[in-house]
Design a protein around this ligand. Structure first.
Ligand SMILES: *Cc1c(COP(=O)(O)O)cnc(C)c1O
Length: 400
């Protein structure tokens, strides 16, 4: 399978051998398939692909290029800098910055043609003022708080907020949105309550015979479970990457994980019976035991909390991680009959032959959710993109 390595250039000399043996492999066909599966499911609604936090660890710019090429209607990022990176990479698809806005940064949104989230009366006025000063109209989506209590104007106070937005001359009111707090929990009651509140707010446009802006509220969990919430755009994050938000979300779309996190054995030895391994000797060899050392640790995002809990795949079988995980290295016990050599491939997340370790399982071992595992794989780990030539070419193309 052809592949290219794109980010990050820890060393970008292009020399043979500078790509770390510890890598995240991103399967472009899986990403493309997931996107198309979601698009089919939500049609005629459009898709705002959520690319925050380095595209959930998959690499911001490459994933954006791919999804823009496949026809994503909108891209969603969390912070201004992510939007700027995409524009500097030549991406022309509309981009909404989902997070709150500080007044001093508004001119940069305008400079890079990024859509702003207005989440208060105050921000709305600041945006209008900044846009007016530049003789521009700012593209804005209003944020309504229907129950998340994060950012946004409370639904019960939305009337004045909408009136003001409609009145501001330098605001192009393009969209209005809210966010579900509990769409991935088994009980749908709170989601229904938030949905009803959002509907009431949207009634404003009909009552005043005003054109309806783009409406969006559904994250991955809601778009799967509550098709009535699709509206004009859906905002999938985790599902695009082939992972379901929680057990409570039925597997109605066939998506598949796009990430494989791999490394290689760098050292092998036999630990004598009774000898402890790693900091604090939290694991002791019950008998003379073969132990392999891997060049990956919590400094790469493989949580220390996984110590003595995780398993890895080696020669197509599971082997337990043993001893405290270090910043840059960790040890695994080699199961008795398995032949292992230095240089052997080890899979931390993903499949090796018939065996798989899903990200959900790693999250459970660490006491967290798949979102945190994926977004914690840090930029020291190179991302390698695999897929057919046609998709690889898209990643190198600046004109999207
Ligand atoms: C992160 C985020 C999403 C995507 O959530 P998923 O559960 O990953 O689908 C959608 N909307 C907003 C506002 C977000 O912050």
């Amino acid at each position: 399978m052809p592949h290219i390595e794109i980010s990050p250039p820890l060393l970008d000399s292009g020399e043979e051998g500078v790509v770390r043996p510890t890598q995240v492999i991103v399967d472009l066909e899986a990403l493309a398939h997931n996107f198309q599966e979601i698009r089919r499911w939500v049609h005629p609604a459009g898709v705002m692909a959520v690319l925050k936090a380095n595209a959930y660890g998959h690499g911001l710019v490459p994933v954006a290029r791919l999804l823009a090429h496949l026809g994503a209607d909108y891209l969603g990022v969390a912070v201004l800098e992510e939007g700027i990176l995409l524009r500097r990479a030549g991406i022309r698809t509309p981009i909404l910055v989902l997070g709150g806005v500080l007044g001093s940064r508004i001119p940069l949104f305008l400079k890079y043609d990024l859509t702003l989230t207005a989440s208060s009366m105050e921000t709305l006025r600041q945006i209008s003022e900044a846009a007016g000063a530049l003789g521009r109209r700012a593209r804005v989506h209003l944020k309504i708080d229907t129950g998340m209590e994060r950012i946004g104007v409370h639904a019960e106070n939305a009337e004045r907020f909408l009136e003001e937005a409609v009145r501001c001359r330098h605001i192009h009111l393009e969209g209005i949105y809210s966010h579900f707090a509990n769409a991935d929990l088994p009980d749908p009651a709170l989601t229904r309550w938030q949905w009803d509140r959002f509907q009431e707010v949207l009634g404003f446009f009909e009552r005043h015979s005003l054109p309806m802006p783009l409406r969006h509220i559904a994250n991955s969990a809601a778009l799967v479970r509550f098709p009535e919430t699709h509206l004009d755009l859906v905002r999938p994050g985790i599902l695009l990457y082939g992972v379901y938000p929680s057990e409570a979300v039925p597997r109605r779309l066939s998506v598949r994980p796009a990430i494989t996190w791999k490394t290689r054995v760098v050292y092998l030895k036999v630990v004598p019976q009774g000898r402890g391994v790693s900091y604090g000797w939290t694991w002791r060899a019950p008998r003379a035991t073969r132990v392999a050392t891997l060049p990956v640790g919590y400094g790469d995002g493989y949580f220390r909390a996984l110590s003595n809990r995780a398993q890895v795949l080696l020669r197509g079988r599971r082997h337990p991680q043993v001893g405290t995980i270090c910043m840059d290295q960790m040890m695994v016990q080699v199961e008795q009959e398995v032949p292992v050599a230095v240089g052997d491939e080890v899979v931390l997340i993903g499949c090796q032959g018939p065996a798989c370790i899903p990200v959900e399982e790693v999250a459970r071992w660490a006491g967290t959710i798949p979102y945190e595992v994926l977004t914690s794989i840090n930029t020291r780990v190179p991302r390698v993109y695999r897929g057919p030539e046609t998709l690889l070419r898209v990643l190198q193309d600046r004109q999207r």
